[in-house]
Design a protein around this ligand. Structure first.
Ligand code: GLY
Ligand code: MN
Ligand code: MN
Length: 468
């Protein structure tokens, strides 16, 4: 009930998106935790993401590198973070763009060195252009340097020149990816409050609005417009990933994102869409009938996918692995497809399921964190956040795949007849699950999944309707 009230407040007609206020103590705690994990005597540098030209003098939308943001909350390009735990005074140093009135007229205000200290609480801040001449004064004479190559090619050249090839200050370069991945994998209150929970809420609300708006004749792109309207209306500056809105045969293309088809009565439309908020991405999929009522075939497949997803969701608690959840999904879908005559053996289920069922979410939609520990499936822990996203896709090439397995011509012919009424139906249901102390929370439960709830919701009008 509480969640519902929050969402109504989020989207109410008289409320407006407020800028996100960052709690800088969360970033300070992360820096301290990271510095405690660093090798004794070492320092760390983090490159910002480079800017990329789209064409002429137009750049692609800029998004800060995730680890850089995780440790600073700073979004500007041309910046370098330096952490030196053994320094007396300057443990947290930022190199940032200088203030520049001429440039700020075009591109907006910059923090500059003063802002980096005042707002981001850097112990000191210097001009980005002075990095080469000034950086070494913040490092001890020796000691390893954490630096991740292949994020910013221009900085890579400088770091190689300063600390690696032929340099008088040749030191061991270490990669910090796994240290940070382990930290980012466990979501704390700060992660949820800084954005993850809101990203999921906004995305669920957008799914509701899209489901209400869908009608035959509308193009997939208009559904995308509904999603993006709700995202922006609620303060999400960008999508967590490109909208996947696949109707009819496009529902069987896993990451279809052209979104150009006109939707027809009798189609399903698969919507894998979610917002980013505070740099966190949700990841939600709903599949609904374009005309508001599932056909018999769509209903049968939908219910199998939903039963499989529920079987997996109900198993979630600390100690179980994603492998156990995937096995539960395979078992429900496999049995369902054998029952329908699509398969003779449930072990062939992946002919129709096509993808994995879970991944971590966080600052990136496919977030960091290893899936194995010592070669074995990793047990879930409180604070981990991941998707459960089973699907069934009845593509014409399923028969070709079965041909390569031990199916006789007669069996293939029977299966061809069985799947004919289901061809080109793709169903995926995807939710965002937080592991709690006792079990789990389905963070995206606000977006309906039950057939009767979806059909009821589709009777309402949404912001995307052309006929009011
Ligand atoms: N949205 C991409 C995925 O579900 O993995
Ligand atoms: Mn996903
Ligand atoms: Mn997805």
């Amino acid at each position: 009930m509480k969640t519902v009230l929050l969402i109504v407040a989020l989207c109410g007609a008289h409320t407006f998106a407020q800028p996100l206020t960052l709690d800088m103590t969360v970033f300070a705690e992360r820096r301290t935790a990271f510095m405690n994990k660093m090798e004794p005597g070492s320092a760390a540098m983090f490159p910002c993401k480079p800017e990329y030209l789209r064409n002429g003098d137009v750049e692609y939308e800029y998004r800060q590198e995730s680890n850089f943001y995780y440790l600073t909350g700073f979004e500007e390009p041309q910046s370098i973070l330096l952490l030196n735990p053994t320094a007396e005074r300057y443990k947290f140093v930022l190199f940032v763009r200088d203030r520049n009135q001429a440039m700020e007229i075009w591109d907006g205000t910059r923090y500059g060195t003063e802002g980096a200290m005042r707002i981001l609480h850097a112990d000191t801040a210097l001009a980005y252009n002075d990095f080469r001449s000034a950086a070494k004064q913040f490092l001890s004479k020796e000691g390893a340097l954490y630096y991740n190559f292949n994020i910013n090619p221009q900085l890579d050249l400088m770091i190689r020149d300063m600390f690696v090839e032929g340099s008088s200050d040749n030191r061991s370069i270490k990669n910090s990816t796994s240290l940070l991945a382990e930290m980012r994998l466990i979501k704390k209150d700060g992660d949820l409050a800084l954005g993850l929970r809101t990203a999921v809420n906004i995305s669920a609300q957008a799914h509701i609005e899209a489901i209400k708006s869908i009608e035959p004749g509308m193009s997939e792109m208009e559904v995308q417009a509904v999603f993006e309207y709700v995202y922006r209306k609620n303060g999400s500056p960008r999508n967590g990933y490109p909208c996947i809105i696949g109707s009819g045969p496009n529902s069987c293309i896993l990451h279809y994102s052209q979104n150009t088809r006109a939707m027809k009565s009798g189609d399903v439309v698969l919507m894998d869409c979610a917002a980013e908020y505070g740099y966190y991405s949700a990841d939600i999929t709903r599949t609904v009938p374009v005309n508001g009522t599932f056909t018999k075939e769509q209903r049968v497949l939908y219910q199998i996918v939903l039963d499989a997803q529920n079987a997996a969701i109900h198993l979630v608690r600390p100690g179980v692995s994603m492998k156990l959840l995937a096995d539960a999904i395979d078992s429900v879908i496999g049995s369902g497809l054998v029952r329908l005559g699509f398969l003779k053996d449930k072990k062939d289920v992946n002919v129709f399921t096509l993808h994995g069922y879970s991944h971590w979410i966080g600052l990136e939609v496919h977030d960091v964190g290893s899936y194995l520990v010592e070669g074995k499936p990793r047990p879930l822990e409180e604070g981990m956040c991941f998707t459960i996203e089973p699907g069934i896709y009845v593509r014409p090439d399923a028969i070709d795949k079965l041909k390569r397995k031990s199916y006789t011509e007669q069996e293939l012919s029977q299966i061809r007849n069985r799947i004919a009424p289901y061809l080109n139906i793709g169903i995926r249901i995807e939710d965002d699950i937080l592991v709690t102390k006792q079990g789990y929370e389905n963070m995206s439960a606000l977006a309906p999944r039950e057939i009767r709830e979806i059909e009821k919701l589709m009777k309402e009008k949404g912001v995307g309707n052309t006929t009011q």
